[in-house]
Design a protein around this ligand. Sequence first.
Ligand code: ADP
Ligand code: ZN
Length: 216
Amino acid sequence: MKNIVLMGPPGAGKGTQAKLIIAEHNLPHISTGDMFREAIKNQTPLGKIASQYINDGHLVPDDVTIGLVKERLSMDDCANGYILDGFPRTLVQAEALKKLTEEINRPITAVLNIDAPKDLLVERISGRRVCKTCGAPYHIVNRKPKVEGVCDNCGGELYQRKDDNIDALNTRLDIYNKDTAPILDYYAKEGLLYTFDGTIGAEKLIQEINALLEGK
Ligand code: ADP
Ligand code: ZN
């Protein structure tokens, strides 16, 4: 069973790998960041809470985030596997996730950790642009669209996320080191952790990830 958690600092390439993994293995992609952004766009009650935290790079409170994930993982389409992207981000979330996935009989089978050095993360995030319509990621230097400001896939408009500025990014990196990185030890002790080099390029990386997932 592929009940997968994707981890790594902002800019490591989780979103890109998640899209490649779902294309190959047909798993539902559960990105808490995407769910919050969607809620903000639709101005739902959840979106109103989340926007107070997200734009300057802080974490949305654990109880809100855990409730959202619990509801999502309990849906029918997660019965044959899932890929969690951006959750858990704190030890409290990791412990809650263990408990709730065991309760619904969908326990985590692998944690894929994508790692990259800080200077690369800063370069990737500060030049990142995202399609408003389909979420495809671009970069102003490394991955330009064919037409500036326009998505190659769907023709949607490209924009810069509010939290992709240098101040919010520094906050996100600090929070990652302080609150999220300790989870890696937790998963290593559970025997679930597999770490990958996020600097080698998306195509090579997906080959390594797929090689590991074959046996899962
Ligand atoms: P990135 O990995 O690039 O930082 P995400 O799209 O995963 O971005 O998340 C964007 C923002 O959404 C986070 O900075 C945080 O404010 C909020 N968020 C996403 N997942 C969580 C989570 N598990 N716990 C708390 N906040 C979260
Ligand atoms: Zn698009």
